[in-house]
Design a protein around this ligand. Structure first.
Ligand code: CMC
Length: 427
């Protein structure tokens, strides 16, 4: 018997099928089932892809049992504490951390590319003032493809990088414009003197003409600790292997569509409450719960199988121990509470939910732990980020992951169009 194969027996007629086991550098190996239908006439059935590897990838590794996350082999804890978001973007795209010179050149390039084609502003004018920024973000990202049609046929590695740098640099501006539109305020253009993360806060906060509010002691109103906190949030969201939105980006990319249209599809997929939309829902839910006294009532609702209510910011498809990103944010929450005014009522409700859920049989049995969104919502609130911008912030962080995964799939000569089958049960 070949030890590197997997045998399936069809008990109806004892036919044996043998499939190769593919090696993994970390984590579970995979059975190559690509010939299964051809040989057996059967489909494999795995709704939600809980046991299916849709591709092989060298970018991000998660061990859900150990609570481990690595980008290009580097542990997330090291990246979040010793590096900044631009280092992480460079690492994901180039498979190495930048040297000092590479870092400076990369930073400058992104600053220069942060401006939007002027024509795109007309599109913003067509949206109603109260449009959700996520809708605008998705539409404007699709529209961006019309300005860079040449990215449909990329040839050299340099072509790929230019396409990737453009979208990473412009997404914060698209998002900030979407927010300004949603509050009926004039657009603030990027400030080339500001770093990636500071510039985003500036485009959200500045007054028309670009002045920031002054504090009583004369300092401009973007604190270093705010930049650091948001930069870490971007880092923690930068990639997460084959999650729902990344799978959408790869699927759309597999048909040969424009990369920015694939990213726009990823933005749409991320918006849902089961995925990136959870960070907005966490705060909505904490406000709905309203006071510490009501927490027990809502925990009971979350446990009731006949009640659709779920605790937002709890549970994860892959992490069944703890979400390492949540651990980092929990620590950051403590640091921020010393320096910024965290909403104490929200914090108290969140802490009570966390402590009950971590000791309750229902949550322990199902391995439901607080995820990244449970903490990011409270932190973003303390940074005075409006709630409807929470998911766009997830988008800004994740764009580098989406585009890196898109490039990996495009540059794989064996990649196929993503086209699953079904178990037909109709007439
Ligand atoms: N509150 C209460 N019960 C829950 C929750 C929750 N948040 N999440 C899962 N369960 C229960 C669920 O009812 C089921 O119970 P039972 O076995 O009795 O039917 C069991 O746990 C397994 O749930 P599932 O829906 O099969 O698990 P999944 O892996 O398909 O779903 C999830 C993962 C994240 C969609 C889900 O946990 C959830 O809806 N969480 C709330 C939304 C949320 O916080 N999403 C952000 C995810 S992290 C950011 C990101 O990467 O996108």
């Amino acid at each position: 018997m070949n030890k590197n194969t997997f045998t399936l027996i069809d008990n109806r007629d004892q036919t044996e099928y043998e499939y190769p086991i593919l090696g993994a550098s970390r984590g579970p190996q995979a059975v190559d089932m690509s010939k299964f239908y051809q040989e057996s006439g059967l489909f494999s059935y795995d709704p939600g892809f809980t046991s299916t590897a849709n591709c092989s990838s060298e970018i991000t590794f998660i061990n859900g049992e150990k609570g481990e996350l690595r980008y290009r082999g580097h542990p997330i804890e090291e990246l979040a504490t010793k590096h900044n978001y631009l280092d992480v973007c460079y690492l994901l795209l180039h498979n190495k951390l930048p040297s000092k010179e590479e870092k400076v050149a990369f930073d400058l390039e992104l600053r220069h590319r942060a401006f939007l084609p002027e024509g795109l502003r007309n599109l913003y004018d067509s949206f109603p003032d109260n449009a959700h920024p996520m809708s605008i973000l998705s539409a404007a990202t699709t529209a961006l493809s019309t300005f860079y049609y040449e990215h449909l046929s990329l040839e050299t590695q340099e072509d790929y990088y230019v396409m990737a740098h453009r979208i990473i640099a412009k997404i914060p501006t698209i998002a900030a414009f979407a927010y300004r539109k949603s509050i009926g305020a004039s657009y603030i253009y990027p400030d080339i003197d500001k770093s990636f993360t500071e510039n985003f806060l500036y485009m959200l906060r500045a007054y028309p003409g670009g002045k920031l509010k002054l504090t009583p002691n004369g300092h401009q109103e973007i604190k270093d600790i705010e930049i650091k906190a948001l930069d870490t949030i971007f880092t923690l969201h930068a990639d997460h292997e084959q999650n729902a939105s990344t799978t959408v980006v790869r699927s759309v990319g597999s048909t040969g569509a424009h990369p920015y249209v694939a990213i726009s599809s990823g933005i749409s997929a991320l918006w849902g409450r089961a995925h990136g939309g959870a960070n907005e829902s966490v705060i909505e839910q904490l406000r709905l719960i309203g006071s510490v006294e009501n927490v027990e009532k809502y925990i009971a609702k979350a446990k009731d199988p006949n009640d659709p209510f779920r605790l937002m910011g709890f549970g994860h498809r892959v992490y069944k121990n703890f979400d390492p990103r949540a651990k980092i944010l929990k620590q950051m929450q403590v640091e921020l509470s010393k320096e910024l005014n965290l909403d104490s009522e929200l914090m108290q409700i969140a802490q009570k939910i966390e402590s009950i859920a971590l000791s309750d049989e229902y949550f322990i049995e199902r391995k439901l732990y607080p995820n990244i969104d449970f903490y990011s919502g409270v932190i973003l609130t303390s940074l005075k980020i409006p709630r409807e911008m929470f998911t766009p912030i997830f988008v800004i962080g994740r764009t580098v992951g989406w585009i890196t995964q898109w490039i990996e799939s495009k540059q794989n000569p064996k990649a196929k169009i993503v086209r699953p089958r079904q178990l037909y049960t109709g007439e």
